[in-house]
Design a protein around this ligand. Structure first.
Ligand SMILES: NC(=O)c1ccc[n+]([C@@H]2O[C@H](COP(=O)([O-])OP(=O)(O)OC[C@H]3O[C@@H](n4cnc5c(N)ncnc54)[C@H](OP(=O)(O)O)[C@@H]3O)[C@@H](O)[C@H]2O)c1
Length: 333
């Protein structure tokens, strides 16, 4: 027996139950992992709410979560490259990232093929805080819009998990970072991660503020907020610039008429998902190793200040929905 956070219906955080579950031994090609740190992602909230596009209807009861780190507790038949006691992590276990959930648990079985081996200098908590957020930032800056010295990038919700990675990455390559944030405390954290100008966008018109700072417009916007920021962001971009929408914390963006992009300055719009990193022949381990190297070089660092006991996962979801969290959120079994 082990314990997990399960939902039996979609709904508010009240549907999240901490329950005992049966766990069978790992099957062929699988390992059992004893979780030590579980990454919370906004997609967990969307899955819980029932507001994400799953390729199949949800099957209840469902254990939430897609990202965690821990120790190999048992190996199934045919697993030869991972040993009991090794420290490993994963970010998704096959299919679209947010499907095949099951991370909000003390232990689970996962395919050995989806594991990342952790180097000794990366702690379990670091890995669980870093992988999804860092892989998303990597997708954006390496494959969608590569920031360069002298450019200016507007990053929405700059103190959020993914955006703090983006701020550091943009700053590292010599770009100027403008960040929108929901509170003065978030502005301070964003500044400590490379944000040059923080705009309190709940109190002020961010478009006017951006135009005052960069009258010709920013080179790119990195937007994980979606519904509330997407359309006004088009007015912040210079001609031929780009708006990268990678998330929808405030809701899905409205349908976009392509002609609007011509009117606003021959703009481009991209909507990346990090799982496509692996369709170009990259392995999860190789992309993760790049991230670990950036951590070792102090280019990026994870911000872990919001941790919750696994049994308190509903509280973590409520705090995220109330926009109270900063950086990466972890559940600790
Ligand atoms: N495309 C991909 O592959 C990919 C991968 C990972 C995540 N994502 C998406 O990226 C987005 C951000 O992820 P994250 O992990 O950085 O999120 P997060 O750390 O939970 O932060 C979300 C932030 O969004 C802002 N926000 C604005 N309106 C909000 C609302 N109505 N409810 C809640 N928050 C709101 C808040 O910051 P302020 O208080 O500063 O406004 C909040 O702290 C999510 O939509 C997530 O699903 C996409």
């Amino acid at each position: 027996m082990t314990k997990a956070i399960r939902i039996h219906v979609n709904g508010s955080p009240d549907v999240m139950c901490f329950e005992e579950i049966e766990l069978s031994p790992p099957g062929p090609g699988e390992i059992r992992i004893r979780h030590t740190a579980i990454g919370v992602n906004f997609s967990d909230i969307n899955v819980r709410r029932g507001s994400i596009y799953l390729t199949a209807p949800p099957r209840f009861p469902m254990i939430l979560g897609n990202e965690a780190a821990g120790v190999v507790a048992a190996v199934g038949a045919g697993v030869t490259d991972v040993e009991v006691g090794e420290r490993v992590a994963y970010a998704g276990v096959g299919g679209p990232f947010y499907e095949s959930t099951g991370a909000y648990a003390e232990e689970r079985n996962v395919p050995a093929a989806c594991l990342i081996k952790l180097p000794h200098e990366i702690s379990d908590r670091q890995a669980a805080a870093l992988l999804v957020k860092g892989l998303t930032a990597s997708t954006i800056v390496n494959h969608i819009f590569q920031p360069r010295p002298g450019q200016t990038i507007l990053i929405h919700a700059a103190a959020s998990g993914v955006a703090l990675m983006l701020c550091q990455w943009c700053k590292h390559v010599g770009a100027t970072v403008i960040g929108t944030v929901g509170s003065p405390e978030k502005a301070r954290v964003a500044a400590a991660h490379g944000c040059d100008h923080a705009i309190l966008y709940r109190d002020t018109d961010f478009v006017a503020k951006v135009k005052a700072l960069v009258p010709t417009g920013v080179d790119a916007v990195f937007d994980g907020v979606g519904k509330d920021t997407f359309l006004p962001s088009l007015d912040c971009v210079r001609p031929f610039g780009m708006l990268v929408n990678y998330g929808n914390a405030s809701g899905h963006v409205p349908p976009l008429g392509l002609l609007l992009l011509a009117k606003k300055g021959s703009l481009s719009v991209a909507r990346p998902g990090f799982h496509h990193l692996f369709s170009a022949g990259r392995t999860l381990q190789s992309v993760a190793d790049e991230l670990f190297k950036l951590v070792a070089q102090r280019v990026i660092r994870e911000e872990i200040r919001c941790t919750y006991a696994l049994r308190e996962a509903a509280m973590a979801h409520r705090d995220i929905e109330r926009r109270r969290t900063i950086g990466s959120v972890l559940l600790l079994p």
